[in-house]
Design a protein around this ligand. Sequence first.
Ligand code: FES
Length: 97
Amino acid sequence: MKEIDSGYRKLILVCVNEREAGEAACGSRNSKEIHLRLKAIVKSKGLSRTIRVSRTRCLGKCEVGPTVVIFPENRWYGGVTLEDVEEILNRHLEPPE
Ligand code: FES
């Protein structure tokens, strides 16, 4: 194997895991829409080449999901709603120079 340069400065993971009905899971709490909204905003800001927004399976915080994690900050957000998406991104974007 070899290390590769991703070219990304940030990685945003959105849990879209699904479970049986009645079990806590981000996938049944609007996380797919949250993922799409995050991607759309990143794209609209022209940041798709530096910020990767990816869906993922369970991150181990099902009871407090939908779960979103930002790296390299290692900042975790639970109970995320569509209305939170813009604020989460703004918290982690570098100010314009
Ligand atoms: S189902 Fe999303 S953190 Fe477990």
